[in-house]
Design a binder for this molecule. Sequence first.
Ligand SMILES: [Fe+2]
Ligand SMILES: [Fe+2]
Length: 144
Amino acid sequence: MALMEWRDEFRLGIASVDHEHQQLFALINAAHAAMGQDGSQAAVGDFLGEIHADIAAHFALEEKIMRERAYDHYAAHKADHERLLDDIRDLMDDNEAGRFGDGEPILAARLKEWFSRHFREMDARMHRMLDADRHGKNFKPGGA
Ligand SMILES: [Fe+2]
Ligand SMILES: [Fe+2]
């Protein structure tokens, strides 16, 4: 079974961003499937490294957009990105120290919880700002 199940409620309504988020899930699932074939410490290390790189690339893109638009919640949004990357790095350290064990359910739960919350609270707000920008309106923070 796939590690990350895409759900319709994750959709932000902006095709390019929804596409990138779905692609991220697919990449995570592909790396996870590869680990299923080989659960050795080295394979788990590769899997975590791949996830970290894919997610970091997506975050870097969002952060670039936010900097270009002088987004008012940039610091908080970036801090939330950093928290997830730190979590993944901790799991990589655990794996290298031979402590990953059955860390996989922890990783799955953490990624699912993190993404659904971050999409809802952080990305949705950012995309409302981009949308308001595109239509020449002033961005009004808050609201759903
Ligand atoms: Fe995102
Ligand atoms: Fe984000």
